[in-house]
Design a protein around this ligand. Sequence first.
Ligand SMILES: [Zn+2]
Length: 342
Amino acid sequence: MPLLELTDLDQRIWDEELADFVPEQVFDAHTHIYRWAFHTDPEKENGPYRRFVKPGFEDVTFDVLDECDRVLMPGRHVERLSFPFPFSNGCDFEGSNKFIAAQMQSHANSAGLMLVHPEMTEEHVEETIRSTGLIGLKPYRVFSSTGDAVHCRITDFLPEHQINVADRHGLLIMMHLSRPDGIGDAQNLDDLERLTQQYPSAKWILAHCARSYSSWPIERGGDRLRDMPNTWFDTSSVCESDAMTALLRTVGVERVMYGSDDVPVGILRGKYVSFGYAWAYLSEENHSLNLTHCDPRMTFTRYEQLRAMKRAADAVGLNSDDIRAMFHDNVRRLIVQARGGR
Ligand SMILES: [Zn+2]
């Protein structure tokens, strides 16, 4: 049985809206490679990740990602920047990092990042980077030393001795910001400004449009964001064209990079929607909307994201070179830089 199948609704969205937008060469800046076994919580079968990690996606290899892309973006050649899945409540960091390093061995143009915990020493991080060939760090807010994944500051989950390693070797940092307002938060902006100046060779990728699932965080942080050196942005899992438009207008297409958030987010059916100062994942299983007046089915998060990217590209007037840069060249260049910096 295939891992993923298109419905007639998916097929129509791909054919009518997306097939002429997605270029032939894709470099996906945000993908997860992991094994369910690396989630070491004994209660995991009843835990929150089980809703996302569905049968067939318990061992996500580079080949599984290829298979997903073959179905969702037929005919495209896809390279990837990949990193482990940051399971909270029990995560085998060493296993995760060994696994991703082994997976990337046979994909020389793709690259992997090391999952880091704030308690890891500078020596340990440096030695792991050296021995695995990984080209950057993937911290995550659920590992915050404060125990508060919602309000923690960047250095609570990525201490400066680890940023120092990234700076010394010109490594990437895949940063999913914390705090309710994301990049619209003054504390995050203050911290990023200081850290990007103090560690000028570290290369920050601010995930999910700098965690702006709608436009207001970017609009609020825009002027300061624009001037921050060494920051790039991936579009993974953001489904609102306003957010993408605001990002493209603020920082320019040369710093914006396509990412899918596969697996699991991009391949799930649903959409991130925003309202007020909130955003949430809407899926076929978690709503009670009355949809009797229309086709009630949902498509892949990835397709909703690509629709948003296409509308934003139209809104700001991107040409085909810009679109190719956003889907491939920008992250490719960044990875070459990260490799050369060592
Ligand atoms: Zn992700």
